[in-house]
Design a protein around this ligand. Structure first.
Ligand code: ZN
Ligand code: ZN
Length: 160
């Protein structure tokens, strides 16, 4: 069953939230990015419990996540020579902030936080929410051909 790990971020340039969905097929595989998605309203209050997401309470070791393909869906930041950090955890608001406003050593948070500083340390684990996804296409059982097992009713009969 596919494991889905969701991490939450805020864009430093637009001050808007997004989430990144990682997936892996089993415990020994790396989580890789399945998609990055804007999460709309600028309220950082997380409210996707209806889809089974819980609060960001699950930690994944730093070496279990593959961030290749990461980008900020608001400002398109994906890391560059001048801005090598794809995201930074802000020491003040504790959010994962896209690196679009930061340089090699200086960090600048979104405007509603306003924190500035120098980068220090590195992640040893990442917080997010984990769930199993029984409906993932990856592991879905191969679809049988339509069962024409004599139940009738759905077949069209063309008559001359
Ligand atoms: Zn951004
Ligand atoms: Zn901040």
């Amino acid at each position: 069953m596919t494991q889905v790990f969701i991490m939450h971020f805020v864009c430093s340039e637009t001050d808007k939230p997004f989430k990144v969905r990682f997936e892996r097929e089993n415990d020994s595989a790396l989580f890789t990015i399945a998609k990055a998605k804007r999460t709309g309203k600028s309220s950082p209050g997380e409210r996707f419990n209806k889809t089974g997401d819980t609060q960001s309470s699950f930690a994944v070791n730093e070496d279990e996540l593959n961030f290749s393909g990461f980008f900020c869906p608001w400002c398109n930041h994906s890391g560059s020579q001048k801005k090598p950090s794809i995201f930074i955890e802000c020491g003040r608001c504790k959010k994962n902030i896209c690196g679009g406003n930061s340089g090699r050593i200086r960090f600048r948070c979104r405007s509603s936080c306003g924190h500035r500083g120098f980068m220090s340390g590195s992640f040893t684990s990442y917080m997010g929410s984990l769930r199993q996804d029984p409906e993932s296409k990856h592991l879905a059982a191969p679809q049988e051909k339509l069962p024409h097992s004599g139940k009738g009713g759905t077949d069209l009969i063309i008559r001359d």
